[in-house]
Structures are given as structure tokens and as C-alpha cells.
Design a protein around this ligand. Sequence first.
Ligand SMILES: Cc1cc2nc3c(=O)[nH]c(=O)nc-3n(C[C@H](O)[C@H](O)[C@H](O)COP(=O)(O)OP(=O)(O)OC[C@H]3O[C@@H](n4cnc5c(N)ncnc54)[C@H](O)[C@@H]3O)c2cc1C
Length: 393
Amino acid sequence: MSGTGASVIIIGAGATGLSAGWWLARDGVDVLAIDRGIVGWEASGRNGGGCTHPFSPLFAEEQRLWPMMDELLGYPTEFRPQRIRVAFDAGQFARSAQAARDAARQGFASEVLDIAELRRLAPLVGDGVHGAHLHRFGGHANPHRTVQAYAWAMQDHGGQVMQHTAVTGFTGSGGRVSGVHTDRGTFGCDHLVLAAGPQTRRLAALLGIDLPMAAARAEMIVTEPLPLMPLGGVDGNGLYGRQTLRGNLAYGGGPHEWIDPNGIGATPPPSTPLMRQIAGRLARLLPRAAHARVIRSWAGIVENTPDGRPVIDRFGNVTIATMSSIGFGLSPASGHAIRDLVQEGACGFADLSSLRLSRFERLEPDWISRQGWQPPSGAGTSGQAGSAGRMLS
Ligand SMILES: Cc1cc2nc3c(=O)[nH]c(=O)nc-3n(C[C@H](O)[C@H](O)[C@H](O)COP(=O)(O)OP(=O)(O)OC[C@H]3O[C@@H](n4cnc5c(N)ncnc54)[C@H](O)[C@@H]3O)c2cc1C
């Protein structure tokens, strides 16, 4: 690419865009990631850190890569393997067993824990447990460390990251994008990657691509540090999260508040009702931590497609990736897939046909209200908990 720009421009310096940028830079590609804020400021730096998605076609690659990421990136992600899923009723246990079966089909083991073994691995668990699985796959990592590691590693390979630069539009002809307009000038490119989280829909629309997505607020709370459990990845009771290496419990989950992503800034404030709800669920999941004080909380915006699965697809010289609320854990694999789409035109290690945009061709125009995903009145400013949606995983 000659002049100002790069061979590949990526919009969005979250986990998806930065992982793709790192994979491309490792190949020697001249790549530039542009973000309107700073690295990982949105969902990628605000999530639960879970890396356990057995229902995804990217699962095998997610599991292959995470244990190697510190070494591959050259910076720590704080990845810790394995996951315990605690169930408080038969329905929760059945869902956890389904995840175990999905993973078993792909060669990953799980086991049912007896109460003594559960207490040994997760001493903060209390009574009233219906059952629990130990998934000998998956795990969790530190989102902040991970996004920063991607950015540094991408730069180590010659890639560039441009922060505080908002993309406003595109130029191109014959179905190809050749220029990216920003509030700091126009940058030329041979290939464009759209990985702008909840804003991907709006940017894709500027290219004439209809990407069905709805945005929702999700929140996390963090407790003061507690003694480290032998296994820090304990999910259940509608919660996802982890114990940090310092001992804090960092958890999220509960009803989504559906929002208009254009009506709220990139840093939505947390809301007290959701925080209370998460704290209540956490006290049931880990009763021996019920006395711990909540010392931090924040909100983030998750991007959701109608079926809860990512869209990773290529249209001419544009590759689109929106991860539908599971993009942190999948990021090592989604970046690899984006690299393959950009460089080879197809993913070389997984069948991504179930992630194509064309699966939504027959979607009803009013699909958001049919799903019950309407923002509450006054969305974007109220901070109230809205209609209940599915949990993150
Ligand atoms: C509270 C919470 C908990 C979660 N828990 C988990 C979990 O445990 N496991 C998991 O796998 N996932 C989880 N997720 C979901 C996960 O965080 C997201 O799916 C993932 O981070 C998406 O990454 P991304 O890079 O695609 O998008 P984002 O992180 O949203 O990044 C998009 C970037 O694009 C930039 N951008 C937007 N518009 C423009 C523009 N016009 N110009 C330039 N830049 C622009 C933004 O500034 C942003 O930095 C959670 C999310 C939240 C909020």
C-alpha cells in the first residue's frame, strides 16, 4: 500500500481487532488498527475473562491456543485452565452436562464432582448445591492484560495501533473499499476489517451491509481479595467470572438491559439494581465469600446477533467480525480466522459456514421486538435494569 494508510486497516482495537492485527503482523502484513478510544476500553477490557465456548466452531482452536498465548504473545495474559460449573437445580445441571457433551465430542474431558472434591477445589462454595462439573478445558484470563498483550505483540511485529481516532466513513468503488475516513484524516487500504463491537452494525451499514445486532448493557462487580481457591474459575447460578490472581472475585451476569448503542457513550455507568442482583447471586454461588465487600463495579456493552453466535465473514475486500458476547475467550481463534479470511479468502482450520451473515437472510424485520430485546423507555440515560435476556457465557 502506498501513501498514508496500510495494506490492512482494522477498525476496533478490542480483543477481536487486536488479535487479528497480531496474526496479520506476524505474517509480515502492513496492518493498522484504528480505535476511537484506547486499547480494550470497551467490552474487551470489561468482561469476565471466560475462555470456554464448546458450542463454537472456533472451540478447538480456542482451546489449542490459550495455554500457549503468553509464550506466543511474549506478554502475560494470566490464563488459568479449567472451569467448575456449579448447578443449583436439575435444569442448570443439565445445561452444564450439555456443555460437557459438546466438548466431549471434540475430545475434551469433564467429570462430575462430589461435594468433597468440589469443596477442595473451590472452598468458597457452600451448601445447597445440586451438582457440579469440572470441565478439564476452558479457563479464564485477565482481559486487561490480554488486550494490552495483543497490542504490544502486534507492534513488536511491525503493526500499528492508532488510538483516539474515530472512523466516520469510507470511500471505494466496484464493491471494494479503498479509503477509511476518520476525524484525523483519510487512510488508504487494500483490505478492511470491521471489528468495532456494538458499532459494527452502524459501520457495516455505511458499506450497504445489513448486520442484525442488538446492544445490551452487562455489568461486573469485584470484591475485596479473599484467600486463593485451588481453582479460580467457578461459574454458576447465572453468573460468569473468576477469582483474580490477587484473590478478588470478579463476576457478572443477570438480565441484560437492551440499549441503543448510539444513545449512550462508550462508558455506561453501572446501575445499582444490576449490581445488587449480581452480588446476591454471587453470595449464593460462593456463600463463604458473602461477607466480602464489593470494591469496584463497571458496565460494558455487549453485541448480540439474533442466534447468539458470532458473524465472521468476508465481502469483497471487507472482513466483518462481531462476536455476540463471547468474543474475549474466542479472540485467539477469531483473530486467526480473520487472518485466514484476509490472506487466503477462507478459514483453514475450522468450518465457519455457521458464522456466515447469510444465515440471517430470512430474518423478520421486527426480530428485535420478537426476541423481547426492546430497550426500556429512556434507554441510554436511565441506568435501570430492563427486560431479562439470556446470560452471557
Ligand atoms: C460485562 C461483560 C462480561 C463479558 N464476559 C465475557 C466472558 O466471560 N467471556 C467472553 O468470551 N466474552 C465476554 N464478554 C463479551 C466480550 O467482552 C466481547 O464479545 C468482546 O470483548 C468483543 O470484542 P471486540 O474486539 O469484537 O469488540 P469491543 O471490545 O467492543 O471493541 C470494539 C472497539 O471498536 C472501537 N470502535 C467502535 N466504533 C468505532 C469507530 N467509529 N471508529 C474507531 N473505533 C471504533 C471501540 O472503541 C472499541 O474499542 C463480556 C462482555 C461484557 C461487557
